[in-house]
Write a protein that binds this ligand. Structure first.
Ligand code: ATP
Length: 323
């Protein structure tokens, strides 16, 4: 065989081995995807009853709830946990990291069922209610890391209620303090936000997430650390939207920074998986217990006063400057 032919043959064999590796990797990755698709959830996605909108008050009760995650059955996260969220009121959950605050929100959305005790909506055991109705129409969830998709702003908001009209999308965006910045973009509501919202600032992403949660007009709203990842100015605008969104709804706020929950109708301090203390900011301070201690510690951790930077005009970030 001529030397050139030998080189070509060797190159082809090397390419073949690389290709073979890629095929094997692709096949095993595909197999895992199908494995997950074949799994059936422990909690059915639908089935059960719904409370008619005109009768829904939005009162939530956790009654003597005990809970362990299925993968850690020996570790009890909630222990005889009892809590009531009165309709139309704001209840804040505070406490040390890992105390079980987010777990409370997961049980309210019925991502898990309690190991013992019961979670109720308007006195009805969540296990008797339709989970897709509960998540799709009753409970709105806003987290500190909004999930956006690489499509238009319009579609990202409409994701909260697929059958929503354009007018409903605009109304939700206005309520979320987002309409102004959206219409300042050349493409307006047709602006593509990029994969995971890379062309938007943190505060803009958060306001789209608020609009998405509000479009379904939820009776119960869960705010999980919704402003903790923002700078002072973005936080102010987002907080304003959240305050407006909270009015007249049953709200559960999960917070690290105690300054954000001072205005709550009731603050619940969680420790050791239980309700340790409950009351208003003033009541708990006067009591001089765990809440007062957390406030004292947080003040020590943040001795500096931060001056908010001057307001900058908003605009979509260029795709080239993704971070
Ligand atoms: N999916 C999970 N599987 C197993 N254990 C979990 C899971 N999620 C949370 N945990 C554990 O449950 C406990 C409570 O976690 P949770 O996230 O509810 O606390 P948290 O008070 O919200 O904490 P943070 O303030 O840090 O967000 C922790 O010990 C955590 O490790």
């Amino acid at each position: 065989m001529a030397p050139e032919s030998r080189v070509i043959a060797l190159q082809s064999m090397a390419n073949l081995s690389v290709l073979f590796g890629q095929v094997v990797r692709g096949l095993s990755a595909g197999a895992r995807v199908f494995e997950y698709m074949a799994l059936s959830p422990c909690i059915p996605l639908s089935g059960g009853c719904c409370i008619p909108k005109e009768h829904l008050r939005g009162s939530v009760t956790f009654q003597n709830v005990c809970f362990s995650y299925p993968c850690r059955p020996g570790f009890e996260v909630l222990k005889d946990f009892t809590l009531t969220l009165p309709p139309g009121k704001i209840v804040a959950l505070v406490g040390q990291s890992g105390g079980g605050k987010t777990t409370v929100a997961s049980l309210l959305e019925r991502f898990y069922d309690p190991t013992a005790g019961v979670v109720m909506l308007d006195g009805r055991d969540l296990r008797t209610l339709d989970p897709s109705w509960l998540r799709g129409q009753v409970v709105g969830f806003i987290s500190q890391e909004p999930v956006l998709f690489g499509t238009t702003i319009m579609e990202n908001i409409r994701f909260g209620k697929l059958e929503a009209s354009d007018e409903e999308v605009y109304a939700a965006a206005r309520e979320a303090n987002a309409h102004e910045f959206i219409t300042s973009f050349p493409e307006g509501y047709n602006t593509i936000v990029g994969e995971r919202g890379t062309t938007l600032s943190g505060g803009q992403k958060q306001r789209l997430a608020i609009a998405r949660a509000l479009i379904k007009q939820p009776t119960v709203l869960i705010l999980d650390e919704a402003t903790s990842a923002l700078d002072a100015e973005s936080e102010r605008v987002v907080q304003e939207a959240l305050d407006r969104a909270s009015a007249g709804r049953t709200v559960l706020v999960i917070a690290h920074r105690l300054s954000t929950v001072r205005g709550a109708h009731c603050i619940i301090v969680m420790a050791d998986g239980r309700v340790w203390e409950a009351g208003t900011h003033e009541e708990l301070l006067k009591k001089g217990g765990l809440y007062a201690e957390l406030i004292r510690r947080q003040a020590l951790d943040a001795p500096r006063t931060v001056t908010p930077p001057p307001k900058k005009p908003e605009g979509p970030r260029s795709q080239q400057h993704k971070s």
